[in-house]
Design a protein around this ligand. Structure first.
Ligand SMILES: Cc1cc2nc3c(=O)[nH]c(=O)nc-3n(C[C@H](O)[C@H](O)[C@H](O)COP(=O)(O)OP(=O)(O)OC[C@H]3O[C@@H](n4cnc5c(N)ncnc54)[C@H](O)[C@@H]3O)c2cc1C
Length: 614
């Protein structure tokens, strides 16, 4: 990381056609305005319709401000608190004829950051369209890596010498017993583990706890045919990338083993078999009291910061349907489905038509079950190959790597597109996908499947960001529906009888097994369970952007609700998401926690209002 933070040699500015020179002159103007603490002049360097997204560098928050007014408001706060400055090109800028794209570095009172700006205009009259600033390290608390890596061996004579494993053993004995962690991370899935690795690296005493016995058990316990839906280039964890022989789509048990090995290699303090039952914040003391049960023994933990990394796919949504108690067969939520082996020759009804529903239907059909899918609302389907080629290929692929787009760079490019206009970048990609796979979509519709591409045609990522549901990345099972091999029915379930699922229109579907692929509940439900309903309401809903589309009610939030940033409850944080989000955003959450641990002043700009409690 440090190699791009130190100023590399940048081509000297030449004529006005030189994008680097033009971009650096724009940064010089910004620097001059910031030095003069003149937020208005700095904001005047922005287009009328413009965006500045900050990841904890100027705002100690995840915040996106819009237009010169918004920029001025944010900078008035920043010039007197975080003191940003020293903006300079990090590599030659690029001009595509319309937009000058400029990678840059900058400094604040507390640390160093990098960012990406998109500038437009004629000659030297550039104005900024989008700006993204991201803190990378805290001054004086740089990570011990690269040239700062630890020595490991202790040369010389020391009669009290402790080996690495003795130190680790001592830490294991003391942590959570005589030594309290500064940060307690509840939930040791991929999110908790990635954050644990970052906190370890930053020297913040932390503990990650999980109900499961071993890291990776979250994946081990899922249905047996499951492979990651996202390709390997998108899935790396922080610090330690998958080797280059890693499969494109890792089978679930392989990813589980990787998570377990990673936890050990990165020395993440991880307690298995530990269930957190209750947490209460003591305002006076500024600490949490957390009650947990570890291997059957009651334990009390007293962390200063509490992170819920309990999973967005953790709280199963099971609908309440009249007759559930009279149905004589088996009923399972998709998270409990063991896989198809026991169901050859059985009649299975799968309620739902998204990722899990398709995966489960496909595996059951392969095993010889008689499967019917019940579609309750339209679904966005994108073929995995098309998603990889058109949706992800420029950022996360061998092609991207060959073009110099590393994972870190790809993450920052992705983060640099303001949520407000991200759909505008996505719609053309999904138009291409729709065209490329036209026959496939026609066959699905001919089979009666209700398709959508999101309310504005922006496809998978926007659906994920807005509501985290309503889509399937097709790895083959859609063909079974198109061919009629997996039956398709529509509508809400009215009730169950002893041996069938009856739909609202009276259709009866005979069943030996019902699988509820009906998704998962909101993450702040965990706060209600573990802390209190009052705290859950105070912090409000997690995830979603306020796009005013289905399942993502407005008003517009600008950022994902509550994720990785200060919440309305002091010292309570939320972390999680897919592997890409866990990797990228764990850095900013870890830096916020580190700053608090080091008692660095962290004045928060733009604390989000809470609009939705559930
Ligand atoms: C079928 C399916 C396929 C998916 N495919 C992909 C994919 O291809 N790529 C991708 O990136 N994501 C994928 N996801 C999503 C991904 O699995 C989740 O987003 C991911 O699990 C989130 O990781 P996490 O660490 O936030 O949560 P989880 O993995 O759910 O981990 C949360 C942990 O919290 C623990 N926990 C909860 N409550 C407590 C408590 N009170 N005390 C102690 N521990 C507790 C749980 O035991 C659990 O281990 C998929 C999800 C599903 C369901």
């Amino acid at each position: 990381m440090t190699e791009t933070i130190n100023r590399p040699d940048v081509a000297a500015p030449s004529g006005t056609s030189d994008p680097s020179g033009r971009a650096q002159r724009w940064f010089d103007q910004l620097n001059a305005a910031l030095r003069a603490r003149d937020a208005e002049t700095a904001a005047g360097l922005f287009e009328t319709r413009s965006f500045w997204r900050d990841l904890v560098s100027l705002t100690w928050n995840m915040a996106t401000v819009e237009n010169p007014d918004g920029v001025a408001d944010m900078l008035r706060h920043a010039v007197s608190t975080t003191a940003p400055g020293g903006f300079r090109l990090a590599e030659p800028a690029e001009d595509d004829g319309d937009v000058v794209t400029a990678w840059f570095t900058f400094e604040t009172a507390a640390g160093r950051g990098k960012g990406l700006a998109r500038l437009r205009g004629q000659g030297d009259e550039l104005r900024c369209w989008t700006m993204m600033t991201a803190l990378q390290e805290l001054r004086g608390h740089e990570e011990p890596r690269g040239t700062r890596r630890p020595k490991g061996a202790e040369h010389g004579i020391n009669p009290d010498r402790q080996t690495w494993s003795e130190r680790r053993e001592q830490e294991r004995r003391e942590l959570g017993e005589s030594q309290q962690p500064y940060v307690l991370v509840v939930g040791g899935g991929q999110g908790g583990i990635a954050l644990g690795a970052r906190l370890r690296q930053l020297g913040v005493p932390s503990l990650v706890v999980d109900k499961h016995a071993r890291p990776g058990d979250q994946w081990r316990s899922r249905y047996k045919s499951l492979c990651l839906h996202d390709p390997v280039w998108y899935d790396h964890l922080p610090y330690l990338k998958f080797p280059d022989n890693w499969p494109v789509f890792a089978p679930k048990d392989k990813i589980a083993d990787w998570l377990e090995a990673y936890t050990s290699i990165m020395e993440v303090p991880w307690w298995g078999g530990t269930e957190v039952r209750d947490a209460a914040f003591d305002e006076a003391e500024g600490r949490w009291t957390v009650q947990a049960v570890r291997d059957g023994r009651a334990v009390t933990l007293r962390p200063t910061q509490l992170v819920l990394a309990t999973g967005m796919s953790g709280k199963p949504n099971v609908p309440e349907i009249p007759g559930m108690e009279v149905f004589a067969g088996e009923q399972q939520h998709s998270s409990e489905h063991p896989g198809p082996d026991a169901y050859a020759g059985k009649r299975v009804v799968v309620i739902g038509s998204n990722n899990s529903a398709f995966d489960i239907c496909g595996a059951l059909w392969e095993t010889g079950a008689d499967v019917t899918m019940v579609q309750r609302s339209s679904t966005h389907i994108v073929k995995s190959d098309s998603l990889m080629e058109i949706g992800l290929g420029d950022l996360y692929s061998e092609r991207a790597l060959a073009a110099g787009v590393t994972t870190e760079k790809a993450d920052l490019i992705f983060a640099s597109i303001p949520y407000r206009i991200m759909h505008e970048f996505q719609i053309p990609l999904y138009d291409r996908i729709r065209e490329k796979d036209r026959d496939f979509y026609q066959r699905l519709e001919a089979a009666g499947f209700q398709l959508d591409f999101g309310e504005d045609g922006s496809g998978l990522f926007m659906k994920y960001l807005r509501r985290a549901s309503g889509y399937y990345i097709d790895v083959g099972a859609a063909e079974l529906v198109a061919d009629g091999k997996v039956g398709l029915a529509h509508g809400e379930v009215s009730h169950l009888t002893e041996d069938s699922v009856v739909l609202a229109d009276g259709t009866a579907l005979p069943a030996d097994l019902i699988v509820y692929a009906t998704g998962y509940g909101s993450m702040n439900g965990w706060a209600a369970d573990l802390i209190s309903p009052e705290v859950a309401d105070r912090v409000g809903k997690c995830w979603g952007l306020g796009s005013d589309t289905a399942k993502d009610p407005g008003p517009w939030e600008g950022e994902q609700r509550n994720m990785w940033k200060p919440t309305a409850q002091e010292a309570l944080w939320f972390h999680g998401g897919n592997l890409h989000q866990s990797r990228h955003y764990s850095l900013y959450l870890a830096l916020q926690l580190k700053a608090r641990y080091e008692q660095i002043d962290t004045p928060v700009y733009g604390q989000a209002e809470v609009h939705h409690t559930g």
